[in-house]
Design a protein around this ligand. Structure first.
Ligand SMILES: NC(=O)c1ccc[n+]([C@@H]2O[C@H](COP(=O)([O-])OP(=O)(O)OC[C@H]3O[C@@H](n4cnc5c(N)ncnc54)[C@H](O)[C@@H]3O)[C@@H](O)[C@H]2O)c1
Length: 422
């Protein structure tokens, strides 16, 4: 790198902490270890495989343009309500084949989840015993900060990032307790019901200046109080909800249809999945959180207010069905009713036989590596360039999120070039 990057060089070890060590987290960790051992390739990861066009017109590896944490020097940790170590949790998740997991057993079985901050009233279909006994939310936040300090020391980490890979909590709307840091800290002390466990993790991370991304649709860091704290502690944030299967496809297809000015009358999306995520989302109050996240994308991309003839009456429906036989191998169907020249109707059917956690794992890695870069570049608050990875990109009030995958990718590249000083 001959140019002057805004980001300092990554020295030493990066610790990646995931609250929630289920299917996504264990697939991510096992994958990283397998790649380090030469047993797999980092397919789906921009930080490991991506290229970028520099102003001189050359295509260069992203890692040659900005100073990224080396993949070999990462420590993994996290929390879960279950005591299973990462080897056991990966076996239970049934995402990776047993032969692969056995080859990684020595590295995986030493990663044991720390005791979680959890309250079953926010995730009805989940029970666990590995839960901190303290009842006061501020005391719990301090206990998490203590866990983080201990992890950093024991694993000799120079820097940390936190990526929420825990379950989707019940739907919560922003309220007074979230509107300022003062209200929020008082709310923690008073055990406010509108502060779910995910927000306690977010607070702990951001208070310590640790970059935080939210892989679920929970409100989490998407409230003014956490943004205020992030400015104070110079912490980059990204959220919400990994953009992996059906929504990823939607944000690829919709911009294409729109660019041709084809009309869309209806978009019906349904899924079957049988992993624990699916079980949690079977509870209506948890599905509501996901539904809000999934429904937002089309309107922003299609701009019906500018194109009432094409998208004014679009009927958009999203369903998720828990169907245990499928496990992590989700199937997502889309039926798209489109209209062409002289209003003639046509249909597009998409049947995506995907693997949820295989799609999500590289996103965890990229968010962690890019957030660490952002921190070293002196960035704080919402990292809009990371919207590329997220279904409900976080924005400031009154600001519209960008959902179009191609525009998101351009924004990401532009930010990398700016960090690179190019
Ligand atoms: N896989 C995907 O494609 C995808 C896409 C978008 C979002 N997500 C979200 O990512 C999250 C993880 O998905 P998954 O498939 O790994 O689910 P999972 O159910 O396999 O894992 C979630 C883990 O989080 C733990 N957990 C829940 N609350 C916790 C808490 N308060 N503290 C610590 N641990 C807690 C659970 O015990 C479980 O082990 C979910 O919220 C899911 O909606 C996944």
């Amino acid at each position: 790198m001959s140019h002057t990057s805004k980001a300092s060089a990554p020295k030493g070890r990066l610790g990646i902490l995931t609250p929630g060590m289920g299917a996504v987290s264990t697939t991510f960790i096992a994958g990283c270890i397998a790649i380090n051992k030469g047993l797999a390739k980092p397919i789906g990861s921009l930080t490991q495989m991506g290229h970028i066009t520099t102003p001189d017109g050359k295509r260069q590896k992203i890692s040659d343009v900005v100073p990224l944490q080396s993949f070999e020097n990462i420590a993994f940790g996290g929390w879960d309500v279950h005591t299973d170590n990462v080897y056991e949790a990966a076996v239970n998740a049934k995402v990776l084949d047993r032969y692969m997991i056995e080859q990684l057993k020595p590295e995986l079985e030493v990663i044991k989840p720390m005791t979680a901050v959890f309250d079953n009233s926010y995730v009805k279909n989940l029970q666990g015993t590995n839960v901190k006994p303290e009842k006061n939310k501020m005391v719990l936040a301090e206990a998490l900060m203590e866990d983080i300090r201990r992890f950093k020391e024991e694993h000799n980490c120079d820097r940390l990032v936190m990526i929420w890979c825990g379950s989707t909590e019940k739907y919560i709307e922003e309220s007074d307790v979230h509107r300022s840091l003062e209200n929020f800290e008082q709310g923690l002390k008073d055990n406010a019901v509108d502060i779910p466990p995910s927000m306690i993790y977010t607070y702990a991370a951001v208070k310590m200046g640790i970059p935080y991304a939210n892989g679920a649709p929970n409100l989490s860091g998407d409230v003014p109080a956490i943004l205020e704290l992030a400015e104070k502690t110079q912490t980059p944030l990204a959220g919400k909800d990994f953009k992996t299967g059906q929504t990823f496809m939607k944000t690829v297809l919709a911009p294409g249809l729109k660019s041709r000015h084809l009309g869309i009358e209806g978009w019906f999306s349904t899924n079957i999945l049988g992993n624990r995520d699916g079980e949690v989302l079977d509870a209506p109050e948890n599905f509501k959180t996901k539904e809000v996240s999934k429904l937002g994308v089309l309107e922003q991309i299609l701009e019906p207010e500018l194109h009432p003839d094409l998208y004014g009456d679009l009927y958009h429906k999203v369903r998720i069905n828990y169907y245990p036989p499928r496990g992590d191998a989700k199937e997502g169907w889309d039926n798209i009713d489109i209209r062409g020249w002289m209003d003639y109707p046509m249909q597009i059917k998409v049947d995506f036989l995907c693997r949820d956690s295989i799609l999500a794992a590289p996103l965890v890695l990229d968010l962690a590596i890019f957030l660490d870069l952002a921190k070293r570049a002196g960035e704080s608050g919402i990292q809009r360039w990371l919207s590329y990875y997220l279904k409900s990109p976080q924005t400031l009030p009154g600001e519209k999120p960008e959902h179009d995958l191609f525009k998101q990718h351009d924004n990401l590249d532009a930010k990398l070039l700016s960090i690179a000083g190019l």
